[in-house]
Design a protein around this ligand. Structure first.
Ligand SMILES: [Zn+2]
Length: 108
């Protein structure tokens, strides 16, 4: 039971971190380090040249300058942009296919 709860908490934390990959223009402007959990590269915010607005959402979302996927988190989120964290996000959201809607609510 304990193991299950720990795993659930682990996933919930990753889903919280993932929410910082959307609508993140202000947060990235305030950051020193960004990381992409698709290609696992880390880079400075000034390297980001492309932003997208999903649907009619008013705040832009960063596109990775290395791979072109909008899967960037940055250190102003309060999370350390470590390779280990990026790998966990990559596994959950790209390999295991966890899907969230535009408000970050988990769909599968
Ligand atoms: Zn990337």
């Amino acid at each position: 039971m304990n193991r299950l709860r720990t795993y659930k908490e682990h996933r919930e934390r990753l889903i919280l971190v993932h929410s910082h990959s959307m609508d993140n223009y202000p947060e990235i402007q305030a950051s020193e380090v960004c990381g992409c959990f698709y290609c696992l590269e880390r880079f400075s915010p000034i390297e980001i040249k492309e932003w997208v607005n999903h649907g009619d959402r008013p705040i832009a979302t960063a596109v990775c300058p290395k791979c072109g996927i909008d899967s960037i988190i940055s250190d102003a989120s309060g999370f350390k942009i470590a390779l280990g964290l990026l790998r966990k996000l990559q596994r959950l959201f790209f390999w295991e296919g966890c899907h969230l809607n535009a408000n970050g609510v988990r769909l599968s």
